[in-house]
Design a protein around this ligand. Structure first.
Ligand code: SAH
Length: 348
């Protein structure tokens, strides 16, 4: 990237735009193919990386239309990213093409150490650059064009890493995608485990795009949350209602809500006391949508709650008029499901 910045420093700004447009054009696969650029500039760009991520083969879970790849980066580290076909018939496009969701990583590893998440066990290696985040999208865009029939219509920042700890690069990537594709902000979701500093920026930064927001809550009781999420910061649950008020003021459209994610760990956060606490907290957060998540195994000593428990929670929350869904898990056979991204090469 530095290379690219140096090369473009002496070029007029519209060159940057032409290059950006080419990144999103599936027919263009190298700087040399950008026909709008003068020959001399194309020559200079010959050694710049057109794609900053290099795949190592794509694992596929056919039954789930889910794909995962380990992408190698320039400095020898690697990240995982996932492509999920929407199996629901209603969501298949009119022309029969599949709509895909991509799950992108924002960091190499993750510093948050959530006990139920395999990525947390890797620790943090470094932040991704905006180009490395963007190139996960571009990689899947090419992959679909070359191998499948369909298009990406959803991006979730739920891969490896904590997006709110890499705020500027995540923002830059999202704004580039919004500018150069026909994806709208409601097709992009940023999920955080609850980094206060980042959440405060979202509600004050005029350049933060109106994308969907999701908070990995996992418990509305402090002691339990601390146990599941060692990075939990003191007073977070008490602070949340005030933040939520600011969020709704900043994004008042009727399409905006605070997403709450709740992963079910057997005997830990799934009894009636925890349900009551969630109802109480969620009632103070304005418009919310609650996503109940069956635990995907990452540790043989940890068990998920029975599906009956999760359905009981759904029914009780619906009775209280909350919008609530149970997340459908995809890609477990290739360790591509939420929480399973641990850079272990999966068998083809
Ligand atoms: N750091 C951010 C983004 C990572 S994605 C965050 O925590 O929100 C995290 C998503 O994967 C969250 O919704 C989390 O609940 C889910 N998740 C993590 N480990 C999981 C597991 N073992 N089973 C099911 N969901 C898991």
């Amino acid at each position: 990237m530095n290379n690219l910045i140096e090369i473009l420093a002496n070029e007029p700004p519209y060159r940057q735009k032409q290059i950006q447009a080419a990144w999103f054009d599936i027919k263009v696969r190298s700087y040399d193919q950008i026909s709008t650029l003068p020959q001399s500039l194309r020559f200079k760009l010959a050694n710049a990386d057109f794609l900053t991520v290099a795949p190592t083969g794509v694992a596929e879970d056919k039954d789930d239309q889910t794909f995962k790849t380990l992408l190698h980066l320039k400095d020898g580290v690697a990240i995982e990213t996932v492509l999920m076909g929407r199996v629901n018939k209603k969501l298949v496009g009119r022309e029969g093409e599949t709509r895909y969701t991509i799950c992108v990583s924002s960091q190499v590893g993750c510093p948050m150490r959530c006990t139920f998440c395999a990525t947390g066990r890797l620790g943090l290696k470094r932040n991704l650059t905006w180009q490395e985040i963007l190139d996960q999208y571009r990689f899947w865009n090419y992959f679909i064009a070359d191998n499948l029939k369909g298009r990406i219509d959803n991006i979730v920042f739920m891969g490896q890493g904590e997006p709110m700890l890499n705020y500027e690069n995540v923002k830059q990537t999202i704004n580039l995608i919004l500018k150069n594709t026909d994806l709208g902000p409601r097709q992009i979701t940023v999920s955080t485990v609850g980094v206060k500093a980042g959440m405060e920026k979202i509600v004050t930064d005029p350049e933060w795009p109106p994308v969907r927001f999701a908070l990995s809550l996992h418990s509305a009781i402090t002691e339990t949350r601390q146990k599941l999420i060692p990075s939990h910061s003191g007073g977070f649950l008490e602070w949340l209602p005030e933040w939520s008020k600011q969020y709704h003021e900043r994004f008042p459209s009727r399409n905006h809500f605070v997403g709450l994610e709740y992963t079910f760990i057997n005997g830990t956060n799934d009894d009636d006391k925890h349900l009551k606490a969630l109802v109480k907290l969620a009632s103070k957060l304005g418009k919310v949508r609650i996503n109940l998540i069956p635990y995907n195994s990452t540790d043989p000593n940890m068990l998920g709650s029975p599906i009956e428990t999760i359905e009981h929670w759904r029914d009780e929350l619906m009775k209280k008029d909350f919008v609530v869904t149970i997340r459908r898990s995809q890609g477990q056979r290739i360790a591509a499901a939420c929480g399973q991204l641990a850079n272990k090469q999966s068998e083809k």
